[in-house]
Design a protein around this ligand. Structure first.
Ligand code: ATP
Ligand code: MG
Length: 502
């Protein structure tokens, strides 16, 4: 059966001032296929798909959809034509209910004689949520009461409700736990069966190889190649992505999981305000990489926040052992040389309207001031540049606003902000989310280096391979309680962990 084209970009070009985000790209998407899109952070993946979906116009070039010239002026218009996109960053609007988010801009459907019927809208929203298998959320609830994963699922329900002929999934899976991922995989497979098209963006090579029928590689705004299923091999993909052979270990290679008996943090019988953690206790040791895994709502993300003083603790306490002090606020955590990379970068970890430089400096300002508290411009520049180079943050200049960076580059700024501070205890919640493989490797090296310097790293993650690959000790949380603990070992595998996770 010959492949039938659904979307085509011809010589598509996008400039942002001096940045060439796309350079004369010819890109084709076929019906009945899942087309993967991969490339380093900032290579143009979100740019090309968002132009197709109507979020922004191209500088030059043409697009065709279902054989017609395609030039949507908005996402709503893109959706009407048949292209739905689940965006990389948060796509829901605060201050509205779940249902209002699903029908944003389409309220008229529920209006009679000037009045919007909330009950009708809620009923339709429930159907939209049920259709993707996301049950158990009341559509009249405020979107702000939902966690990041659930907000993403609402967004998916909204996009699917419009029955797109082509669906773009931009780096969505890393925001989701395994349960959420199953929902999105099922949707993609269903669309393929219905002879519709999917464009799937991810940094997870295995996931792409498992899911996609073809895989297009972008590098620096150029389309490098499109690989067919039988050509998809890890080494080949990496080579096309970075333009050279990429070998070497990703994770640390040693299996020495010796734990220093010295405890630096004592989490004693805590119960959190959200109720996700109940009578939870944990001792964290000096110089260990402590991995924490579980399903997304098991309480692991709240644990990170609670340790850093950002989650209300109703009972129990977190004690910084060396000083004997109790940690109850983020200020106290900072004063005790603790750092925290939040999973939710846009909402909790970055000031989007500030520059890369100011974001990086925001956590490290006291590190570069001299004894009198004066900051020497030369030191400031060196401090910022070190993070930018070490993590290959792709930007036109460090004065650029963080909001205009690609998703992965934003994540690098959050990481750089905290790694630069040189904290004694660093809590990382999904630190490599949306980061390309090259930079992931650099992050793992930085984490390992910190450990070797005797620093303590608490790494919360949805990615089992990274937990297995990096942790000295790995604990699994289930329903707010400790359900398993594993020492670093060569034989530790994902199945052993999944057994105690669900
Ligand atoms: N609104 C904007 N203003 C200025 N530059 C932008 C804007 N949007 C994107 N860019 C730049 O265009 C380039 C491509 O970005 P894009 O978001 O498409 O990358 P990406 O491949 O999706 O990366 P990631 O894997 O990190 O999500 C980057 O250099 C980015 O900084
Ligand atoms: Mg992107």
């Amino acid at each position: 059966m010959s492949k039938e084209l659904i979307f085509e970009a011809r010589q598509l070009t996008k400039h942002f001032g001096p940045t060439v985000a796309l350079n004369k790209v010819d890109f084709k998407v076929y019906k009945g296929q899942i087309t993967g899109l991969i490339g380093e952070n900032g290579s143009g993946k979100s740019t090309i798909t968002s132009i197709a979906a109507g979020m922004q116009p191209a500088t030059e070039g043409e697009m065709f959809f279902q054989g017609q010239s395609h030039k949507p002026s908005s996402m709503i218009e893109g959706a009407k034509t048949g292209i739905g996109m689940i965006v990389q960053e948060q796509g829901t609007v605060s201050g509205l209910t779940v249902a209002q988010n699903i029908f944003l801009g389409e309220e008229n459907k529920f209006r009679t004689m000037g009045i919007i019927h909330a009950s009708k809208m809620n009923k339709a929203a429930k159907e939209a949520l049920d259709a993707i298998g996301f049950t158990g959320v009341d559509p009249s609830r405020s979107i702000d009461s939902l966690n990041m994963q659930d907000r993403k699922l609402v967004e998916i329900a909204k996009v699917i409700y419009n029955k797109p002929d082509m669906l773009v999934v931009d780096e969505t899976t890393t925001a989701l736990s395994q349960q959420g991922r199953t929902i999105i995989y099922d949707i993609m497979k269903r669309m393929r069966e219905e002879n519709k098209a999917v464009v799937f963006i991810s940094h997870d090579l295995q996931e792409l190889m498992d899911t996609c029928d073809t895989l297009t590689v972008l590098r620096d705004g150029n389309l490098i190649t499109t690989l067919e299923k039988d050509q998809m091999k890890e080494e080949t993909i990496k080579k096309h992505m970075v333009g050279r052979e990429m070998k070497g270990d990703y994770y640390r290679s040693d299996y020495d999981g010796t734990i220093d008996p010295q405890v630096v943090l004592d989490i004693d019988n805590i119960t959190t305000g959200t109720g996700l953690l109940k009578n939870f206790s944990l001792k964290v040791h000096k110089g260990e990489i402590l991995g924490i895994g579980g399903l997304s709502d098991c309480g692991m993300h709240e644990l990170g926040k609670a340790i850093f003083g950002e989650e209300k603790i109703l009972r129990g306490k977190v004690t910084h052992i060396t000083s004997g002090d109790q940690i109850t606020t983020a200020r106290e955590a900072l004063d005790h040389s603790m750092g925290y990379v939040s999973k939710n970068r846009d909402k909790e970890a970055l000031v989007l309207t500030a520059s890369i430089q100011d974001n990086i400096l925001s956590a490290g300002i006291d590190k570069i001031a001299n004894k009198l508290g004066v900051i020497i411009p030369k030191n400031r520049k060196a401090y910022v540049n070190k993070q930018v180079q070490e993590l290959s943050i792709k930007c036109a200049s460090v004065e650029q606003n963080v909001q205009y960076l690609s998703g992965g580059n934003k994540q690098k700024v959050v990481f750089g902000k905290w790694i630069g501070r040189d904290c004694d205890i660093l809590i990382l919640d999904c630190p490599t989310r949306g980061v390309d493989i090259g930079v992931k490797a650099a992050m793992y090296q930085l984490i390992y280096r910190m450990k070797q310097q005797g620093k303590t790293i608490i790494m919360i993650s949805e990615e089992l391979p990274e937990l297995i690959g990096m942790s000295d000790r790995l604990i699994i949380i289930k329903n707010g309680q400790l359900s398993g603990e594993f020492a670093r070992s060569e034989v530790l595998n994902e199945n052993m962990i999944i057994d105690v996770m669900i």
